[in-house]
Ligand binder design. Structure first.
Ligand SMILES: Nc1nc2c(c(=O)[nH]1)N[C@H]1C(S)=C(S)[C@@H](COP(=O)(O)O)O[C@H]1N2
Ligand SMILES: [Mo]
Length: 210
């Protein structure tokens, strides 16, 4: 089931890769080719890992001065950040005004102190998923590791206990069930990026496939 789903999504990416990308970046709130939904669909690889908070750990390291392994209480003890942002999935649904609470990426970066050599960030999840972003994309003021959505702890199917949110990219750039964040001095492609999805993933230029 899981393999069949991944294979189908890969074939779709290859098919769509032939489509022309707009040359001008849209200024609409709803990116081109998207439709607005209200129901927060679930997308995963066919597994929803259950990670109880008493066994949860977030390892943050790589090109940093102060690598850490955060337990749940450490993570919740960091300055908390609440933000609303829009969510755009490459499969053409968008949901506006998603309210997230968690720890800002900026706070995590301040904690671990990236070295000057750090240019990219690689995210690894409990379901075998991974993705990456340039460091400057992660340092945007709307990027966070979220533990709550809509005022409630994040449901397992949406990546609870904690997931990454990168609002200005297609949602696959935000890893659910996050377990490791690594600062790198080069880029490493993640799960969908090696399967034909764009590495830059800009919704406003319909930058879906590479
Ligand atoms: N660990 C993990 N993170 C993931 C995914 C996944 O399969 N596994 N899917 C990505 C994709 S394609 C999207 S659209 C969003 C979906 O988040 P949702 O299921 O909460 O809507 O999570 C992203 N992060
Ligand atoms: Mo997606």
């Amino acid at each position: 089931m899981k393999e069949a789903y991944i294979a189908a999504k890969e074939r779709w990416a290859r098919k769509m890769a032939g489509l022309e990308k707009p040359s001008v970046r849209s200024v609409d709130r709803l990116p081109p080719g998207q439709r607005q939904v209200q129901n927060f669909p679930v997308l995963d690889l066919g597994v929803k890992p259950e990670v109880p908070v008493d066994r949860w750990e977030l390892k943050i390291g790589g090109h940093v001065d102060n690598p850490v392994v955060l337990r749940w209480s450490d993570f919740m003890g960091l300055p908390q950040f609440r933000d609303s942002s829009d969510f755009h999935c490459v499969t053409t649904w968008s949901q506006f005004d998603m309210s997230w609470e968690g720890v800002a990426f900026l706070t995590l970066a301040e904690l671990v102190q990236p070295k000057a050599s750090a240019t990219h960030v690689f995210f690894k999840s409990h379901d075998g998923y991974s993705t990456s972003n340039p460091l400057d994309v992660c340092m945007d003021d709307d990027v966070l590791v979220a533990h709550s959505w809509d005022g409630k702890p994040l449901a397992v199917e949406h990546g609870g206990p904690a997931r990454v949110i990168v609002p200005k990219k297609y949602a696959w750039k935000g890893a659910k069930w996050i377990r490791e964040i690594t600062f790198l001095d080069r880029d490493i492609l993640g799960f969908w990026e090696v399967r034909g999805y764009s590495n830059t993933a800009d919704p406003w230029t319909e930058d879906r496939f590479s």
